[in-house]
Write a protein that binds this ligand. Structure first.
Ligand SMILES: [Zn+2]
Ligand SMILES: [Zn+2]
Length: 253
């Protein structure tokens, strides 16, 4: 450990001693030596977060029970293949309903504990490196109303951390008009209709693509529910010339 690392760790421990932060999950004060990393989680909570059950559907990431490779929805014929999605597949790092996960995401998005982005991005990065290392990442754009309400773009922040920690190339190619209703109150059909035309290429996308359109890229979102949002984004990316779009999400609901 060099002197700077030592000083940094010593300052961190002193701050934890003087102004202990509360763990985003168990609520207890994080005392010196109990911190899992540079984010508000104690070691017990960070290490105890469940990994999704396997096997999972190769297309939508839902846990499989008796099926092989694909879930019943992604197998259904006449759906335009794989649930009618415009992307190749989704991989979710967590299951939203698993113990602690919903709380963690609500803490990040709802209670605005932005420093949790460091932890969440590290888990996203691990999955990204395993599957799609080197591909550019496109953030799913935030609705203007959510941005106003929350005060920060939770996906853009995760992207920034992925870039900072892992040197991932981020391409903010998409925008979203403010007219759409909040997706979570709608069913799948309504979601698709609600989104039609609301996602479009960002004005500066041409600048990002001036050296050519990537053949394959990763689309990043927080929660995967019906896949309508990510599908709408993937459709626009394919219209721009991208051949394959892989979706990476924090949690599957
Ligand atoms: Zn804890
Ligand atoms: Zn599936």
């Amino acid at each position: 450990m060099n002197i700077l690392c030592f000083l940094y760790a010593a300052c961190g421990a002193a701050l934890d001693f003087l102004f202990p932060e509360r763990c985003a999950l168990c609520g207890s004060f994080i005392l010196p030596g109990r911190r899992a990393g540079r984010y508000p989680l104690c070691r017990v909570c960070a290490d105890g977060l469940p990994s999704p059950r396997t096997p999972r559907c190769l297309v939508c990431s839902r846990p499989l029970i008796s099926e092989k490779d694909l879930c019943m929805d992604c197998r259904r014929p006449g759906q335009g293949g794989a649930n009618g999605f415009s992307f190749e597949c989704n991989v979710s790092v967590f299951m939203y309903q698993d113990p602690g996960i919903m709380e963690l995401i609500i803490s990040y998005k709802g209670r605005k504990r932005r420093s949790l982005a460091v932890f969440l991005a590290s888990r996203l990065l691990a999955e990204y490196r395993l599957r799609w290392n080197g591909l550019p990442v496109v953030p799913v754009p935030c609705r203007a109303a959510s941005l106003k309400k929350r005060g920060f773009d939770q996906i853009a922040l995760l992207c920034r951390e992925m870039k900072r920690r892992g040197g991932v190339r981020i391409l903010p190619l998409l925008k979203r008009s403010g007219k759409t209703r909040e997706q979570k109150t709608l069913n799948r059909k309504e979601r698709v209709r609600n989104l039609a035309g609301s996602v479009y290429p960002a004005r500066r996308s041409r600048r990002y693509l001036k050296n050519g359109v990537p053949e394959r890229l990763v689309l990043l979102d927080d929660i995967f529910t019906t896949g309508a949002t990510t599908s709408a984004c993937a459709r626009v990316l394919k219209e721009l010339g991208v051949k394959e779009v892989y979706v990476l999400t924090l949690a599957l609901d």
